[in-house]
Design a protein around this ligand. Structure first.
Ligand SMILES: C[S@@+](CC[C@H](N)C(=O)[O-])C[C@H]1O[C@@H](n2cnc3c(N)ncnc32)[C@H](O)[C@@H]1O
Length: 204
């Protein structure tokens, strides 16, 4: 199949995707909104928190979902890309591995956060070993962020792509959290090896 055919097939499939259609009706910036909603329906954590960081937040549909919870009074979103503003949300354009900028970013918020979310997807090279190594590096950066800003007993929810690095990453997370659940939301495409790791009770 030529590159042009592949692209037009992707555009057609995307337009026909029921979650894409629903996100347009519901005015969410992306279909990813339904992944966070499904995670929350199962684990029911958004009603119980007041502060959250959303890592890899562009274009911002998770930020829109978070804004629906009036109990949450501090939301920060971080991404390499520009993100259209969301009322009342502090948005920073930076790499989550850039620890020095965190210190500046959180100068005004000295207490720690109840929840860290990460929907980060690094660029996929198609070379399995390289991709798995990138996923595991991102997980370590996210853990570094948790050490800096997540409360003891706080929750981390992060996207991961199953593969050769998964067991080692899981072991590292198990050393830092009391319990880890693996969840695949209905809106996560079946042929994708994407899952969400629900990491409960940060040990600090
Ligand atoms: C699947 S999108 C997130 C969608 C988002 N949850 C939403 O609801 O709109 C993944 C994002 O991760 C970001 N990303 C990838 N690597 C990153 C890094 N090192 N630091 C910050 N953001 C990163 C990408 O720029 C991309 O916008």
């Amino acid at each position: 199949m030529t590159k042009v055919n592949k692209t037009s097939n992707w555009v057609r499939r995307h337009a026909e995707d029921p979650f894409v259609k629903k996100s347009k009706q519901d005015k969410y910036r992306s279909r990813a909104a339904y992944k966070l909603k499904a995670i929350d329906e199962k684990y029911n954590f958004l009603r119980k928190i007041t502060s959250v960081a959303d890592l890899g937040c562009a274009p911002g549909s998770w930020l829109q979902v978070l804004k629906e919870f009036k109990n949450i009074n501090f939301i920060v979103g971080i991404d390499l890309l520009n993100v259209e503003p969301v009322d009342g949300v502090y948005i920073a354009k930076q790499d989550i591995g850039d620890y020095d900028s965190y210190i500046e970013l959180f100068e005004k918020k000295d207490s720690k956060l109840d929840l860290v979310l990460s929907d980060i997807a690094p660029n996929i090279t198609g070379i399995s070993d390289v991709d798995q190594s990138n996923f595991s590096d991102i997980a370590l950066n996210i853990l570094g962020f948790c050490r800096f800003k997540l409360k003891p007993k706080g929750t981390l929810i992060m996207k991961y792509f199953l593969g050769s690095s998964f067991e080692v990453t899981l072991k590292t997370l198990n050393n830092n959290f009391n319990k880890i659940n693996v969840f695949k939301p209905p809106s996560s495409k079946k042929k994708s090896n994407e899952v969400y790791l629900i990491c409960i009770e940060f040990k600090d």
